[in-house]
Design a protein around this ligand. Structure first.
Ligand SMILES: [Zn+2]
Length: 367
């Protein structure tokens, strides 16, 4: 049994699709308008974050004011993660390399390592999407079984109930053992992760220092420890819950395909672009507010095919992608609303936790 994953980078489908998308993006004024919108959006998100933080630390005088501001700050930080951090780390925030390099540091400032993220997300997740044992995003064992080829434990039958609050605790993992553990292990999934050096090490240490300063040290100068701890945990919970749900809706639901390292080995050379589309699902394509707030992450099919394209373009290129998929018999799936995607994720969790379900995928006809 082979366990080598061999992707074919091109193929007629992807070559044709790239040409169509490139022609669309080259239309006069399109790139300039996108840059302007990105900078305006960045300003809105940073102002939202700073105002929420300042009011929480310096102005809130009742518990309900603090609670509302924790929610506001958590959502604002998630917005930065979706729209600034994610694009900058893919190199799609700006055509200027130095601007991307500066903005990708925003992840360190909000509490996780951008250095680890670029291997974990850009390389591991984006290459080996939904392949059990190779895509670290679906490795939440033993807490949750998200893919058919993962081992089922008895308590997974309750995972569709208990997983939701756990999503809110993921950021605690990033702040503590998550990134450091991966760096010490020197590996994410099958992909090596070397210890950061030079500029990367400086960014990691300085980013942590800035994060600890705004989130813990400065608040402690004005408030008792227990209040800072509660506000920190509440904000982290909102941030992590929002980010986890949005990322889960792209790949962990009934319509997405899953595979394993062995199955990929047996399948032999696989068309990379087809694999990306069929393991990914869009949602709420007609909702402009969600497209704005989620940084285009409700268009994850388009994102997985065009990671270097700024997310502002995704709603416009989605019809081109859908049409090309239909022509080439590639299964393109999209939920009309966020709620139907959430319901599908819940059903998938229940199915993966059910004893009777072996997890084998049902045959789904293309188109
Ligand atoms: Zn991405």
């Amino acid at each position: 049994m082979s366990s080598t994953i061999d992707f074919d980078g091109g193929g007629e489908f992807y070559t044709d699709l790239k040409a169509r998308v490139r022609a669309h993006l080259a239309e006069p004024g399109r790139a300039r308008r996108a840059h302007r919108r990105m900078y305006a959006k960045t300003a809105v998100l940073i102002i939202w974050t700073v105002v929420s933080w300042a009011l929480l630390v310096f102005a809130a005088s009742t518990w309900w004011q603090a609670a509302l501001l924790c929610v506001s700050l958590g959502l604002a930080l998630a917005g930065i993660g979706f729209s600034i951090t994610h694009d900058a780390n893919h190199g799609s925030y700006s055509p200027n390399r130095n601007v991307n390099r500066t903005m990708r540091w925003s992840l360190d400032v909000i509490g996780a390592s951008s250095y680890v993220w670029r291997t974990k997300h850009n390389v591991v997740h984006h290459t080996f999407t939904n392949i059990a044992g190779a895509d670290s995003d679906i490795e939440q064992l033993p807490l949750a079984r998200l893919a058919p080829d993962q081992k089922r434990r008895w308590f997974h039958r309750f995972q569709h109930v208990y997983i939701w609050p756990l999503y809110g605790l993921f950021s605690v993992k990033w702040h503590t053992v998550g990134d450091l553990g991966l760096m010490l292990r020197g590996q994410v999934g099958l992909t090596p992760l070397r210890w950061p050096r030079g500029r990367e090490l400086f960014g990691l240490v300085a980013g942590k220092a800035v994060f600890v300063a705004w989130s813990i040290v400065i608040p402690l100068l004005f408030h008792p420890v227990w209040q800072v701890a509660v506000a920190f945990l509440a904000t982290s919970f909102v941030l992590a819950f929002t980010i986890a749900i949005v990322f889960q809706l792209a790949h962990c639901l009934e319509e997405a395909e899953f595979s394993s390292i062995d199955a990929m080995g047996e399948a032999g050379r696989t068309e990379w672009a087809r694999h990306q589309v069929e393991t990914t699902v869009d949602f709420a394509p007609g909702n402009p507010f969600l497209a704005w707030y989620l940084g285009g992450l409700n268009f994850q099919i388009e994102h997985h095919l065009f990671t270097r394209v700024c997310h502002i373009h995704y709603p416009d290129i989605a019809p081109i992608v859908r049409e090309t998929c239909e022509e080439y018999g590639v299964r393109y799936q999209s939920h009309a609303t966020i709620w139907s995607a959430v319901a599908s994720h819940a059903r998938w969790l229940k199915r993966m936790g059910a004893k009777a379900d072996t997890g084998r995928r049902m045959a789904v006809s293309p188109g």
